[in-house]
Design a protein around this ligand. Structure first.
Ligand SMILES: [Fe+2]
Length: 164
């Protein structure tokens, strides 16, 4: 029984790591796509830098628990790809779709780390529980920024759309 819950725990930590690596790739693309919008671009770049440190912190939790990240499952990463790769069209239109996908991703991450926090606490891994809480704060900050700025991004896209 104890072994099984440990295995679950380790596989959830691995999922979180795979998720961060996937988000990293997606945000790299979104930084490029926002090149004409410096304010949006710098916020995405800032969260990309944070995401890289999140992957490192989750990796340290995996290793402290006797796992390693070389044999990753990619189930969650693939699922995230399905969310973030949804739809494609013109460059301006892409900006709002990226923002919507990023908002969904941040909330997906928050839910994942909330579940991991409970697992870490119940297994007595306080260090990981604290790291998950710190990461939730960072994802929440980005989700809040996106929620506040979605309307601005949407208006910008519409204003810049060619009139027929
Ligand atoms: Fe993240």
């Amino acid at each position: 029984m104890a072994d099984t819950s440990r295995e679950f725990y380790l596989s959830w930590l691995n999922d979180a790591y795979a998720m961060e690596k996937n988000v990293e790739e997606v945000l790299e693309r979104h930084v490029k796509q926002a090149e004409n919008y410096p304010e949006i671009q710098s916020k995405i770049q800032q969260h990309l830098d944070i995401t890289r440190t999140q992957a490192d912190r989750v990796q340290s939790c995996i290793e402290r628990n006797g796992g390693d990240v070389s044999s990753l499952k990619s189930g969650i990463a693939n699922m995230m790809g399905a969310v973030t790769g949804a739809g494609s069209s013109g460059a301006q239109d892409k900006l709002i779709k990226d923002a919507i996908a990023d908002y969904a991703t941040e909330n997906f991450e928050i839910a994942s780390y909330a579940a991991l926090t409970v697992a870490a606490q119940s297994l007595g891994d306080q260090e990981t529980a604290q790291i998950c809480q710190d990461i939730i704060g960072e994802e929440h900050e980005m989700a809040t920024w996106l929620a506040k700025n979605l309307s601005t991004v949407s208006q910008t896209v519409l204003q810049e759309a060619p009139v027929k």
